[in-house]
Design a protein around this ligand. Structure first.
Ligand code: SAM
Length: 222
């Protein structure tokens, strides 16, 4: 039987702090959320490894470091309304739920969305709401958001997200080609947006009206 609490502490000490994650609230949330309960039956013993893992349907649960970087770039204080695009396993959503007031998460693959919704219910994450649909449209009925986090790779920044951010709000999104991207933090200002590059990354494609076309999308190696 693995000591998952110990593995989480090691994950924070060895993978996150040395690579520059500083936000104490983010580190605490990563130390708290039981990642092994989100990876599916096949991989609990690999849950705290320094890599992404498959979750079925050709999709992945992101590397712990990537979850931490993206969460830190949202600059959450606790009272925010956040939109996540790409629910996947629900792990990123669970981390966000400890750091914000409300989290809305959109997933295009219904089987994944339903499984994860049940997981949130079972583990009592009560401030996360799962929506099935094309997340490139954002979630206009719940806008505006303090933060929007996109956990799939976009060919460019969809304007829908900028429109649905509050002034001062942050969008965190991987943008680039199908097989390699740069992670950006985009801040909405009274006069437009400012954009800063964070780290290179590789995500599965954001497929939808303002993302990649499904027929073109092939999955990267991880
Ligand atoms: N955040 C997830 C987690 O914590 O496990 C990882 C997400 S996985 C890397 C990317 C997810 O984005 C996949 O589940 C995929 O089906 C979903 N996705 C891709 N395009 C989408 C879209 N247009 N709208 C909503 N979800 C989308």
């Amino acid at each position: 039987m693995e000591d998952f609490k110990k593995l989480r502490e090691l994950m924070v000490e060895q993978q996150l702090i040395p690579r520059g994650i500083k936000d104490e609230r983010v580190l605490k949330a990563m130390e708290t959320v039981p990642r092994h309960l989100f990876v599916g039956d096949a991989f609990p013993e690999r849950a705290y490894d320094d890599c992404a893992l498959p979750i079925g349907e050709g999709q992945t649960i992101s590397q712990p470091y990537m979850v931490a970087v993206m969460t830190e770039l949202l600059e959450l204080k606790g009272d925010e309304k956040v939109l996540e695009i790409g629910t996947g396993s629900g792990y990123q959503g669970a981390v966000l739920s400890l750091l914000a007031a409300e989290v809305f998460t959109v997933e295009r693959i219904e089987t994944i969305a339903l499984k994860t919704q049940e997981r949130f219910r079972r583990f009592k994450y009560t401030n996360i709401y799962v929506v099935v649909g094309d997340g490139t449209l954002g979630l206009p009925e719940q806008a505006p958001f303090d933060g929007i986090i996109v956990t799939a790779a976009a060919p460019q920044i969809p304007d829908t997200y900028i429109k649905q951010l509050k002034v001062g709000g942050r969008l965190v999104i991987p943008v680039g080609s199908r097989f390699s991207q740069m992670l950006y933090q985009v801040r909405k200002t009274p006069s437009g947006i400012t954009t800063s590059a964070s780290t290179p990354c590789v995500f599965v494609p954001l497929i939808g009206k303002y993302g990649w076309d499904e027929t073109e999308a092939q999955y990267p190696a991880y």
